[in-house]
Ligand binder design. Sequence first.
Ligand SMILES: CC(C)(COP(=O)(O)OP(=O)(O)OC[C@H]1O[C@@H](n2cnc3c(N)ncnc32)[C@H](O)[C@@H]1OP(=O)(O)O)[C@@H](O)C(=O)NCCC(=O)NCCS
Length: 181
Amino acid sequence: MSSIRSYKGITPELGLRVYVDSTAVLVGDIQIGDDSSIWPLVAARGDVNHIHIGKRTNIQDGSVLHVTHKNAANPDGYPLIIGDDVTVGHKAMLHGCTIQDRVLVGMGSIILDGVTVESEVVIGAGSLVPPNKTLPSGYLYMGNPVKQARPLTDEERDFLLKSAENYVQNKDDFLHQVEDI
Ligand SMILES: CC(C)(COP(=O)(O)OP(=O)(O)OC[C@H]1O[C@@H](n2cnc3c(N)ncnc32)[C@H](O)[C@@H]1OP(=O)(O)O)[C@@H](O)C(=O)NCCC(=O)NCCS
């Protein structure tokens, strides 16, 4: 059985050169842009809404991606939208939120419905972002619930793109060299 499955006739769509580890599970209405990577034990379920992942974005091991259904009070529900050049650390939980471009989501973080994380943000490991919050661009946030800690340095902003580039190289290696035996 493949770990990439259709649901109600909708099958995940992968761009060019996308790496999906064979232990990851992708179900339903999911689109993934070119050169992105999905690492071991990621679970992404596009059942009651859609999941869009941009280009050169990495979703690291054990992360969980899900969405919230549409209803009369909230006609769009909460899809999950992740931009370009995003690094999602190990075991993060992203639920019905929007993550813009060049963001680092620290490992073990939890981001809840209706949140918008603007471009060029770092979220410290183990943070929780409560529902419907917007995290403005250019800052480090951390804690439970997250607080704005300080502006990012120029080096940290540069690192956001570097981190994504590193993972593009890493996934290219995996595309050519990992073997399921
Ligand atoms: C937040 C982070 C970027 C460090 O930022 P920093 O400004 O260099 O922070 P420092 O290490 O100088 O610590 C400053 C304070 O924040 C605290 N702190 C550090 N990381 C924290 C976190 N994730 N959550 C809460 N508090 C944190 C420190 O304990 C310290 O507190 P103190 O002043 O009371 O001693 C880093 O700890 C982190 O969480 N990085 C994410 C890494 C990751 O998950 N990468 C993805 C996988 S590759």
